[in-house]
Each structure stands twice: as structure tokens, then as C-alpha cells.
Design a protein around this ligand. Structure first.
Ligand code: PMP
Length: 317
């Protein structure tokens, strides 16, 4: 997917022109994957204008990932949240994908480097439905990958670090080459983990089930959103290890993620999911997207208004 360029990128506390946000080829992270990042979305909410979805939780996870790898982020959660709002406002965006990242920069080549400077940047650009508009409406066809996810004690799956995405790339490429839209990774013990860039949920006998933190998953913010919305709707939802064959016994299945939002799964390994009816997935999609129309009340304070004078001035023009 080509990137739609915008004007400005926030970098170490300042806005720089998009084209000037470059780095040296001997940057530490380019060689060792020593970078942590976030993926978040701004929505143009019908009742609130531009809002960043769960800005605080994303910035908290960002700081957590950096802590694990000892990559310094010398900005507070509040400063980072404001920088995200500024990137949206300064680029005149109302709906966008936001990509904050922090990485070890240029200066040293050693693995345990303590002196490499850390760099923090936040970019934002328009990005539609990751798994396609059609997919979001009608469901996607997925497969179980031959690649396992990261095993416990190898790399921390819950830290959103660049290196983890080599596993995701293998799963995603294999799926596309086999004619599927996305791949599901199994955990080290053969139970179900997650999609290449999404968390996975199934519905069976009226109960929603999703793999627990111990199944090598990223602790997805959309996953947490769906768990909260499901409980609010009175649905039963549990975190539980899922054997592979349970995928084929599911009545419904869906992926969640910032990029994928809530995407129904139509088939797994060529086996149709349930009857094709998806009442619970549809109810959750309605509750989720309702947050941005006002039909779902934001009881949790998840919508962070961009509310910038720059943006208001642009909207008025
Ligand atoms: N798992 C992986 C591996 C991911 O890359 C993502 C996307 N960030 C998710 C799950 C979903 O996480 P979130 O809902 O926080 O975007």
C-alpha cells in the first residue's frame, strides 16, 4: 500500500517537513530492529470532530515497549499525546493513521549500546481499511500459517517492537502467496495466537473466546475495546487457550486491530466459518463504529478530541 504523503512529521519535539525526516543508513535500528512503535487512528467523529482513539493507552503501551528494550523516550505521556494531536492538526487531517515510533539512532554499532541517541517521531497519513472495505462488510478468507509466533522467553510479544514484525511478515506473505487475505499464527504450543497484525476472536455457542496474554499475543487496544464493548452489551466473553480445531467449530470469527478495526472472517483454511450469519460480530462492529457517530456513548473516555485552533480555522475555510 503506497503511503499518502502529508506535510509535516513531529520529530524529537519539533515539526519537520515530510521529506526532511530522514536518517543515516548506519542507524542502530536499521541493523538490529531496535525500534518500538504504535499504530493508532484518528476518526472524524460526527459529534466531536477529529478525535484520536485511545490516545493515552497507545502512548502508555509505547512507553512500555520502550522500557522493555531500554530505548529512552524523554517525553511524558501528556507531551506525546499532545504531539499526536498536533500532527493531525498541523497536517489538516481529520481521519488518519498515526505512527509514533522511537528508535536507537546513529552513533554506535554494539548490540548493548547505551550511548546511541534515541529518536522519537510521529507521522500521520490517510489510510483506509487495512483488510479492505469489502472484507469489513463480507468477511475475509484466512489460513493458519506454517510459521509459529514468537515463543515465550524468546522475544516479548507484548512489546510492540519492529523486530517482532519479521514474524508477522512471514505469516502475511505466506498467506497472500497461498491466495488468502491474512494468516493466523499458532503459539509455540500449537494453540491459536493471533493474526499477523491483528488479534483473533471466535464465537461458539453464544460465547466469545479470545486467546489469553500467555498465547504470545500483542495486548491489543482494539482487543481490549471489544472485550469492554462485549461486556457492556451483555455478551459472555472469555480469554482462553484455543486449540486449532476450535477454529473450524466456530460460529463466527473476527480480527481486531487499529488497522483492521473489526474484520469478520468468512473462512479459515478453506472451511466456511459457521453458517455465514454473524449476529455478534455485527453487533460489536455497530457498537465500535457507533463510537464515532455518537450512537455508542463513550462511557470510557476513549475519544481524545484534537480540538486545535489550527484545525478549526481550516475547517472554517
Ligand atoms: N497483534 C499484532 C501482532 C499487531 O500488530 C496488532 C496491531 N497493532 C494487533 C495485534 C492489534 O493491536 P491494536 O488493537 O492495539 O492495534
Amino acid at each position: 500500500m503506497p503511503i499518502s504523503e502529508t506535510k509535516l512529521i513531529w520529530r524529537n519535539g519539533e515539526m519537520v517537513p515530510w521529506r526532511d525526516a530522514t536518517t543515516h543508513i548506519l542507524t542502530h535500528c536499521m541493523h538490529y530492529g531496535t525500534s518500538v512503535f504504535e499504530g493508532m487512528r484518528a476518526y472524524n467523529a460526527r459529534h466531536k470532530g477529529a478525535v484520536i482513539f485511545r490516545n493515552r493507552e497507545h502512548m502508555e503501551r509505547f512507553k512500555f515497549s520502550a522500557r522493555v528494550y531500554k530505548i529512552a523516550i524523554n517525553f511524558s505521556i501528556e507531551e506525546l499525546m499532545q504531539a499526536c494531536r498536533d500532527v493531525i492538526a498541523e497536517n489538516g487531517l481529520s481521519e488518519a493513521y498515526i505512527r509514533p515510533f522511537a528508535y536507537l539512532g546513529y552513533g554506535e554499532i554494539g548490540l548493548a549500546s547505551q550511548r546511541c541517541p534515541s529518536e522519537v517521531a510521529i507521522a500521520a497519513f490517510p489510510w483506509g481499511a487495512y483488510l479492505g472495505e469489502e472484507g469489513q462488510k463480507h468477511g475475509i478468507d484466512v489460513c493458519v500459517s506454517s510459521w509459529r509466533r514468537l515463543a515465550p522467553g524468546t522475544m516479548p510479544a507484548a512489546a510492540k517492537a519492529a523486530g517482532n514484525y519479521l514474524s508477522s511478515r512471514l505469516i502475511s506473505i505466506e498467506a497472500r502467496e497461498r491466495g488468502f487475505t491474512e494468516g493466523i499464527g499458532l503459539a509455540h504450543d500449537g494453540t491459536v495466537s493471533e493474526g499477523a497484525g491483528e488479534n483473533l476472536f471466535i464465537v461458539r455457542n453464544g460465547r466469545i473466546v479470545t486467546p489469553p496474554a500467555a498465547s504470545s499475543i500483542l495486548w491489543g487496544i482494539t482487543r481490549d475495546t471489544v472485550i469492554t464493548l462485549a461486556r457492556d452489551l451483555g455478551f459472555e466473553i472469555v480469554e482462553q487457550g484455543i486449540p486449532r480445531e476450535m477454529l473450524y467449530a466456530a460460529d463466527e470469527a473476527f480480527f481486531t486491530g487499529t488497522a483492521a478495526e473489526i474484520t469478520p472472517i468468512r473462512s479459515i483454511d478453506g472451511i466456511q466459518v459457521g453458517s455465514g450469519e454473524r449476529p455478534m460480530t455485527t453487533a460489536l462492529q455497530k457498537a465500535f463504529f457507533g463510537l464515532f457517530t455518537g450512537e455508542t456513548k463513550d462511557k470510557w473516555g476513549w475519544l481524545d478530541p484534537v480540538e486545535s485552533s489550527a484545525l478549526r480555522a481550516r475547517a472554517a475555510r
